[in-house]
Design a protein around this ligand. Sequence first.
Ligand SMILES: Cc1ncc(COP(=O)(O)O)c(C=O)c1O
Length: 400
Amino acid sequence: MDEYEVTARFNIAETCATSISIDDVCTWAGVGPGAIFPPSRRLVYGSIRGSDALRKNLAAIYNNDSNNNNSATPVSGRGLLKENNFLITNGAIGANFAVFYSLIGKGDHVICHHPTYQQLYSVPKSLGARVDLWRTSAEDGWELDLDQLKKMIRSETKMVVLNNPQNPTGKVITKSVFESVIEIAREHGLYVFVDEVYRPLFHGILPSDPEYPPPAVHWDYDRIVSTGSMSKAYSLAGIRVGWIVSRSLEIVEACAEARDYTMISVSQLDDQLATIAMGSDCNQKIIERNIKLAQKNLAILDDFVQNHVGKCEYVKSRAGTTAFIRFFRDGKPVDDVAFCKAAHAYGAFMVPGNHCFADGADFRGYVRIGYVCATEELEAGLKALEDFIQKEYESLPLAV
Ligand SMILES: Cc1ncc(COP(=O)(O)O)c(C=O)c1O
């Protein structure tokens, strides 16, 4: 991403739902730009854990989301989440790091959902843990195999890491599967850590669906912790705001201590903008806009895939912003890096899937596309991709 993003003509690798501006936030929240941060206000560190106002807004969103589905499972016995269940961080990347740094150490065993964002298995490894990847495959619809999880648990296992919705596949861990993972974890006293940065961008499953997954902290189990972010579903990656949430104040305290080593507070400007964006009027407008955009763009991407049967295939995404598509020729996978480099020269920037996500799995031929960019950008990117396929696909090297 680093190497090619700045020179990309059509960035269809982007994982953020197309970004919005301060003006957009002000319009949707019904406030003037002065409300974001009065120029006369002194620039102090502010609240160390994140402003009460931001954390209250987050608590309201989670409580509402938790009650959203027609679930038979009651919301946690301990009732509603409050601001002290949240800790604000520099993006979800900072949140994820703090969770691992607080809870994982040398000799621990961690089981991590795969494929996923590399940080989720590389950081625990760097802290001295043994990490085993809980692999999923397109043949099984990227479904988690619960029997496999049971077999992977050892006496040193400390944590199961999930990513829901999942990057890069757009897979949703459904409510019943989620619940089963938590039950297995509870039996063995394991932490369940869920990276939920793409939440609540569910565009292929409705909250009224019995399998719509509530947020991880919906369940009443002390060892659940999850992370979220303004970057993806809320289109505000430019403010570096993420969070950690847990019903366990012990976990929140442990993460607060770990976080003390890398940050004091987030920028007060960022905190204030996030607070306004996460207010009840604005956050719903952002999500409605992004769900509509995702549905519209996924239909365009799906047309592309259907028009190229015999060259590519995928398990259609149901949530988040990414699709993991396998390209092949005469039934054999193409070289994903050569494919992406050549397509980039035509203007279509995508991420090579085997190169970036395999870690021992066979993702030859896979390419990750971020389709919740502006519709015009997706259309232009797919047109460039089409052009490249017409002219160069037959001479592209196959994967070895
Ligand atoms: C699964 C996942 N987690 C965390 C992050 C980090 O997001 P941020 O730090 O912008 O909140 C990303 C970014 O791509 C991601 O895909």
